[in-house]
Design a protein around this ligand. Sequence first.
Ligand SMILES: *[C@@H]1O[C@H](CO)[C@@H](O)[C@H](O)[C@H]1NC(C)=O
Ligand SMILES: *[C@@H]1O[C@H](CO)[C@@H](O)[C@H](O)[C@H]1NC(C)=O
Ligand SMILES: *[C@@H]1O[C@H](CO)[C@@H](O)[C@H](O)[C@H]1NC(C)=O
Ligand SMILES: *[C@@H]1O[C@H](CO)[C@@H](O)[C@H](O)[C@H]1NC(C)=O
Ligand SMILES: *[C@@H]1O[C@H](CO)[C@@H](O)[C@H](O)[C@H]1NC(C)=O
Ligand SMILES: *[C@@H]1O[C@H](CO)[C@@H](O)[C@H](O)[C@H]1NC(C)=O
Ligand SMILES: *[C@@H]1O[C@H](CO)[C@@H](O)[C@H](O)[C@H]1NC(C)=O
Length: 365
Amino acid sequence: MVSLSTALLLALSTTVSAFKAGASGHSAKYSIVPGFFKQSDNSTDAKTFDYHDNLGLNDSLTWTEFKQQIDDLNANAELGVSYKVLYYARHGEGWHNVASDFYGDAFGCYYTNFETDGNMTWGPDPYLTEKGIEQAKNNSALIKSLIKDDFPLPQAFYSSPFTRCADTLNYTWYDIALAPGYATPVFKEVIREVLGGGTPDLRRDRAYLEERYPSWDFEANFPFNDTLYSPDWRETSAGLEWRGRFFLDDMFETEESTFISATSHGGIGTGIMAAAGHREFSLVTGAIIPMVIKREAKLDFTPVQIDLEGTPGPYSANVTACPASLSYTTLPASLASTVYTLGADTTGLPVVTVTSVVTASPTSA
Ligand SMILES: *[C@@H]1O[C@H](CO)[C@@H](O)[C@H](O)[C@H]1NC(C)=O
Ligand SMILES: *[C@@H]1O[C@H](CO)[C@@H](O)[C@H](O)[C@H]1NC(C)=O
Ligand SMILES: *[C@@H]1O[C@H](CO)[C@@H](O)[C@H](O)[C@H]1NC(C)=O
Ligand SMILES: *[C@@H]1O[C@H](CO)[C@@H](O)[C@H](O)[C@H]1NC(C)=O
Ligand SMILES: *[C@@H]1O[C@H](CO)[C@@H](O)[C@H](O)[C@H]1NC(C)=O
Ligand SMILES: *[C@@H]1O[C@H](CO)[C@@H](O)[C@H](O)[C@H]1NC(C)=O
Ligand SMILES: *[C@@H]1O[C@H](CO)[C@@H](O)[C@H](O)[C@H]1NC(C)=O
């Protein structure tokens, strides 16, 4: 059901799709509703927190009570106020994560500009490792185990346009909610990883995604090629927060569902959390954390639009070389010559059909 306030805001706002055009003012305020999840609480130590433990739900709540309380919040909300539950997932381990651990500090300032060392391939758009696939399948088992407790399944699924995210989403939700006629994931450019400055964050084209996930949708105006990548600059944390706010504006204005899954990355995750007023909370690969987000919007709300069309702006910084103190082995020129090409295999992918469904929610409330 679309509330009156949402309908008014939809009517007043322009279409938010590809994030370009000039910045404009906005008057929506986001905050995290405390009391529902341990990860929202400052006293929870992110290092020892394990999302496998009921996704962090407060021990004094059942999922049935949780869902009822969220429904009550929305039903009783004042004009302009609404609540959504975002199940935010970081992709499982990818080859760039392995390479980053292997090379340490030199990965981000040197190796990331290459695609491979001849041993591992981390860009463009690296694949999940076997461990990454297992993390996602394990999350699928976790979600299935919560269904008997009345866990409110997401009604909408968003994916970053990177293979590591789409595959994580698929392995997690495939036989829970992705059967034809139930939910259809949507590729959203706005939740891609930190822009620029490293081949793991250079994406493939739309045709590749269409071939790998033929039944999935794309947001309006999804660019065919990666027009936002530059090897010369990298988005800053201020840029990530700005983009996180854009994502929240888009989600609250265009999404009717209350429970939403987004499978994305660590970097843009910090931006979304900052924009939502969530405490800082670093996510291990494969982690899923729910957030209860409150939005208070004035009726003169104007969506934030940002200009990141391939040029450096206030939200990007020049890529810098490694400090002289850092020693690393330079890669042979033969490997350097392959930098920034999209050479990875896009063929031979299995065409899959959903054969069994555990349970599923309708696509809208
Ligand atoms: C869990 O709920 C109880 C009872 O409402 C509350 O006192 C407590 O602060 C909550 N815990 C967290 C971590 O939010
Ligand atoms: C949580 O910690 C942050 C950073 O220290 C602080 O700004 C914020 O006010 C704290 N929130 C609560 C609810 O105590
Ligand atoms: C798999 O999931 C179980 C239960 O959710 C959890 O206890 C375990 O740590 C997970 N294993 C891995 C490798 O993530
Ligand atoms: C290849 O990469 C793996 C990690 O994936 C590492 O353990 C191994 O030492 C590397 N081999 C060489 C020759 O660099
Ligand atoms: C999607 O997940 C299913 C179930 O795990 C798997 O059989 C299929 O190969 C996956 N598709 C892709 C493109 O990875
Ligand atoms: C995408 O990029 C390729 C390679 O640079 C180019 O040939 C093609 O025209 C581009 N397509 C669009 C729609 O911009
Ligand atoms: C990036 O480098 C260019 C050219 O050297 C310089 O003009 C610009 O000020 C630099 N930008 C930042 C953010 O440092």
